[in-house]
Design a protein around this ligand. Structure first.
Ligand code: ACO
Length: 196
């Protein structure tokens, strides 16, 4: 499957319909990788759950603590990707997290989205280090990180309350010095993407 044209754009209040419809349908695909939260999946991902989440994310973004984006493929809503816990000063670091709709996986969407956001983080956003934590069982996500040049740095034991229990997570990271001409440029050089 070909991903199509992958782009990132800011989250919008009017994403509620797409966000809710995809996440309700994709419970099996998403829930086992996401932080434990109160209430049923249906309640947490209903249409009216998006406005408070959007407002909270927008508030963090306005304070410079988060950069939340929608991933689009050929203009359609395909998932979300976020830089969180943005720290400035001498750390200049953030974590990255993402999910892609079950109907958009297996075409390189996440690889392209991570490449776009890491380039943005090390360019206009002025960061130096991005971390990603991922469950050892999450092979598709580990492949995304490895393909984009993240290095495995360690294992955090019982790190995060995910899908109802404390789960070990591998810690991956990349720093600005490791991206050379940029991750998107690298994808293009390797023939895995074209610029449009
Ligand atoms: N053209 C065509 N096909 C391609 C291209 C391309 N340029 N690039 C890759 N592909 C194919 C490949 O077969 C690739 O698999 P492989 O290279 O590993 O063999 C496959 O598409 C997958 O594409 P990716 O970009 O690697 O990933 P995908 O878009 O399928 O999304 C993800 C992976 C995000 C893990 C998805 O499965 C998902 O959302 N899972 C549930 C939520 C989740 O686990 N999120 C991550 C949590 S951990 C974290 O956020 C750090």
């Amino acid at each position: 499957m070909r991903a199509g044209v992958v782009a990132l754009r800011p989250i919008r209040l009017r994403d509620a319909g797409d966000w809710s419809q995809i996440r309700q349908r994709d419970q099996q695909h998403l829930e086992r990788w996401e932080p434990t939260a109160p209430g049923s999946w249906a309640d947490r991902n209903g249409f009216w759950s998006w406005p408070p989440q959007w407002m909270a994310l927008r508030g963090l973004a306005r304070r410079g603590q988060s950069l939340p984006f929608v991933i689009t493929a050929d203009g359609d809503y395909a998932g979300q990707i976020t830089l969180g816990n943005v720290i400035r000063a001498s750390l200049r670091s953030a974590w990255i997290g993402y999910w892609v709709s079950s109907t958009s996986v297996d075409g390189g969407v996440a690889t392209a989205a991570v490449s776009l956001l890491v380039d943005h983080a090390f360019g206009p956003a002025g960061l130096h280090r991005i971390e990603a934590t991922v469950r050892p069982e999450n092979e598709p996500s580990i492949r995304v990180l490895t393909k984009t040049g993240f290095r495995q740095e360690g294992l955090f034991q019982r790190y995060l309350d995910v899908a109802g229990d404390w789960r070990d997570h591998l810690c991956f990271a990349i720093t600005a010095e490791e991206t050379g001409p940029g991750l998107v440029a690298r994808l293009v050089q390797e023939g895995r993407a074209e610029r449009v």
